[in-house]
Design a protein around this ligand. Structure first.
Ligand SMILES: *Cc1c(COP(=O)(O)O)cnc(C)c1O
Length: 386
């Protein structure tokens, strides 16, 4: 019998997150046993009579193939409960937004992952939920919006504008008012910030991005310290059925082993590219919290470890100029999504659904792990072609 989450695989003494990413979620050390968890392909488990606590029964409910990843992600986020893996980041977001009661109120960033905003609009249309959109950088505005709310979902840095929220202040304010708080930690990663330590009730991830890191799986996860919330999120997963496939979870754990190396490299490259782009004659604006002139710089320096690997770039020539830059690039991949080893970019307003307050010419650039000089040479030639 394989009891769920019964083998703490990380030594109890405090390890640095870089080490946790490598060491957590390993099988117990057994002579002749594997170093990596096996992939178990079975929809059902041998079972008769009364189910014992922790006994696996049916894979939609639970499977040992999820556990190593769920333990490793929880260890990275510093959570007291194992994480809950989902088939996508949106499935994880749907699970946490199920805590908004019919007719209730949810506070969300005005700039956020587009489909998250689409999801809450759909909640409004179907169940009369009130949505309050806030600028997460405006602390007083967010705190005022928390009064009478049921759930607040925050991003920091935000997608795609990279606004930085004062998470400790906002999360404390949510707690005081009895507002359930969720932080989408996809952009910062658990190496950049651990929202549970700042007082968040729940953390969600699009594992698709930095955690898996190779643009080859779509996966999501929820992490919390609270046993009751964790049980409710698990029950939601079983009821709604948005479960992760075994291969995807295995790939995500494998990708997570190199999280620290990838993030350290891509963050350093992003900061260097931001610095050079800010001086480029064909650039109107660069957004990255590493820049001293960036509105989020002071907060990110205080609250985050590193500044993230996503840049905002507004080239000369408006939307047409931005499109021309994308078309002229040879190494950077024109594609949506982020967090992979390959650098990619897109003009966000090419989507009619993107917030109107995002500049039309804003390119969201996800910096990968290629050599900084190769990335720079490609950007420079594309900008000069304008
Ligand atoms: C991609 C993304 C999501 C959605 O995740 P999927 O895995 O694509 O479903 C949610 N939040 C953020 C910040 C994202 O970047």
């Amino acid at each position: 019998m394989s009891a769920p989450h019964d083998q703490p695989s990380v030594p109890p003494r405090a390890l640095s997150p870089q080490t946790v990413a490598v060491a957590a979620g390993r099988p117990a050390r057994v002579q002749g046993g594997p170093v990596n968890p096996p992939v178990v392909l079975s929809s059902t488990y041998v079972s008769q009579g009364v189910q014992q606590p922790g006994e696996l029964l049916y894979t939609r409910m639970d499977t040992e193939t999820w556990h190593p990843f769920e333990e490793a992600l929880a260890a990275l986020e510093g959570a007291r409960q194992p994480g809950v893996v989902f088939s996508s980041g949106m499935a994880a977001i749907a699970a946490v937004l199920s805590f908004v009661p019919a007719g209730g109120t949810v506070v969300v960033p005005r700039h956020a992952y587009q489909v998250t905003l689409g999801f809450v609009d759909d909640l409004t249309a179907r169940t009369g939920v009130t949505v309050r959109r806030v600028d997460v950088a405006e602390t007083d505005q967010v705190v005022a919006a928390l009064d009478g709310a049921d759930v607040v979902l925050l991003e920091s840095p935000t997608n795609p504008m990279l606004e930085v929220a004062d998470l400790p202040v906002l999360l404390a304010a949510a707690r005081e008012r009895g507002v359930l708080s969720v932080v989408d930690n996809t952009f910062a990663t658990p190496l950049g910030q651990q929202p549970l330590a700042h007082g968040a009730d729940l953390v969600v991830h699009s594992v698709t991005k930095y955690l898996a890191g190779h643009s080859d799986v779509v996966l999501g996860a929820v992490v919390t310290d609270d046993a009751d919330l964790a049980a409710r999120v698990r029950a939601y997963r079983t009821l709604h059925g948005a479960i992760a496939g075994p291969w995807e979870v295995w790939l995500a754990l494998r990708g997570m082993r190199t999280l620290a190396l990838r993030v350290e490299r891509s963050q350093a490259t992003a900061a260097e590219l931001a610095r050079r782009l800010a001086e480029h004659p064909d650039v109107v604006e660069v957004r990255h919290p590493s820049l001293p002139q960036d509105p989020g710089h002071e907060r990110a320096t205080r609250l985050m470890d590193g500044y993230g690997s996503v840049l905002g770039l507004r080239p000369r020539g408006g939307a047409a100029g931005a499109d021309a830059v994308v078309a002229a690039l040879e190494l950077w991949v024109p594609a949506t999504s982020l967090g992979g080893v390959e650098s990619c970019l897109e003009r966000r307003r090419r989507f009619a659904t993107e917030s109107r307050t995002v500049p039309e010419d804003l390119l969201r650039m996800s910096v990968g792990i290629e050599d900084v000089e190769d990335l720079w040479a490609d950007l420079d030639q594309a900008l000069r072609s304008l």
